[in-house]
Design a protein around this ligand. Sequence first.
Ligand code: SF4
Length: 62
Amino acid sequence: MKASVDRDICIGCGLCEITCPEVFELDDEMISTVIVDEIPEDLEECAQEAEEECPVTAITVG
Ligand code: SF4
């Protein structure tokens, strides 16, 4: 399972980083980036939670 963030859509609210900091991190431009290649199994749930919670649906997990 992998995650991606659409940088053109992300508004930098930081929610994904709070929900799942092992997978998402705001970069220098305050845009969320994915910091793992393959999501470890024990983090899949929080990554999916971050996907669901993103207010602008910028996250894709699958
Ligand atoms: S929750 Fe969505 S809008 Fe907020 S920082 Fe993460 S990807 Fe960007």
